[in-house]
Design a binder for this molecule. Structure first.
Ligand SMILES: [Zn+2]
Ligand SMILES: [Zn+2]
Length: 184
């Protein structure tokens, strides 16, 4: 048997017994799950730097494909992805919030400095938002759903900061899209 013949034979054999192989792998995994997970964890722990370096290298090399794949996947599974994110958030809400709080605690000075910087760099924006928030609180302006998709949770977009009460209500993602379009 030549090398090619042997390879073809193996391939055929694997194809013929695909289902059995998969079932066997599944069974094996189920039986040894704890050990396998412990092994992977251990391996990761003791080779963390290499694993990360490898993942980084892999990502760099296959960036375009991975991004295209992710985009495609996200596009065709948008609803599921959104539901998954929501579920994930709800499930891990406390941890996520605790993490945020911790971050704030540890980086308090930076967070405050960043906020100050933001205010200094965007005085008109901050002022307009302040005036608008007051008007919303007083009931002079009523918050509206996203004017594009109708999502109830919307934020105010100012076409012109010198008119603080002249706003367009947009959900997070449409607001983001609008700014991205304005930039490009
Ligand atoms: Zn929207
Ligand atoms: Zn905006």
């Amino acid at each position: 048997m030549t090398k090619e013949e042997r390879a073809a034979y193996h391939k055929e054999y694997r194809n013929l017994h695909k289902a059995e192989f998969a079932a066997y792998a599944k069974k094996y995994y189920k039986k040894h799950r704890a050990e396998l997970n412990a092994y992977h964890k251990d391996y990761y722990k003791s080779n963390q730097a290499e694993v990360i370096a490898y993942a980084k290298k892999y990502y760099k090399k296959h960036k375009a494909e991975l991004n295209a794949y992710n985009k495609d996947y996200y596009k065709s599974n948008k609803a599921e992805a959104a539901a998954y994110h929501k579920e994930y958030y709800n499930k891990h809400k406390e941890e996520l919030n605790a993490c945020k709080k911790d971050y704030y605690k540890e980086n308090r000075a930076e967070v405050i400095a960043r906020r100050k910087d933001y205010k200094r760099l965007n005085p008109e924006k901050v002022k307009a938002h302040g005036i608008l928030n007051q008007a919303v609180k007083k009931g002079e302006i009523i918050k509206q759903p996203c004017s594009i998709c109708g999502k109830l949770k919307a934020e105010a977009h100012h076409p012109d900061y010198s008119e603080p009460l002249n706003v367009i209500w947009l959900c997070r993602s449409h607001h983001f899209t609008l700014h991205a379009e304005m930039k490009g």
